[in-house]
Ligand binder design. Sequence first.
Ligand SMILES: [Zn+2]
Ligand SMILES: [Zn+2]
Length: 178
Amino acid sequence: MFISLQQLEQRPVQFKVNLPAGEIEFDSKITQSTVLHAEGAVNLLNHALGEIRVQGKLNVAVSATCDRCLEAASIAIDNDFDLVYMPAGESAVGEEEIDHEAIEVGFYEGNGLELNDVLREIVLLALPMRVVCSEACKGICPVCGRNRNQTDCGCHEDAIDDRWSKLRSLKTEVGGQN
Ligand SMILES: [Zn+2]
Ligand SMILES: [Zn+2]
């Protein structure tokens, strides 16, 4: 859905969309796993500067790789958003001139906004810095490389030292029966 400046000069544009996976191309780090619902309004804040404000809410679930165990982790996003877009290349307008309570500032090229691009950005901004499948994820064993959520390998991390490699394999035999 493209929202042009000409449309916005007439009146604010309301939107309500349900986008199946594949409608928006995310980067390779995440996969959309449910329909993305978003609704809200787009307003032209300032005709002369071309500032466009996009407010609304969005929910979707995506999956990404757990930073600890490398298995798929599901991330539910259910966010209110409030963004301001300015025309790209208007370097005369500094961010400090935006006194709205909007949290994020983006840029657009041409004569309007592609809603899917906005939604894509909102999803990417909502992702946590560290993705974990669960707070209790035990991760990969640095000694034997097994997923410690699936198997209790029984390795002792403090035993990593080549001088002890023979002893370690003996220990693994003794201690790693289950
Ligand atoms: Zn994990
Ligand atoms: Zn191990």
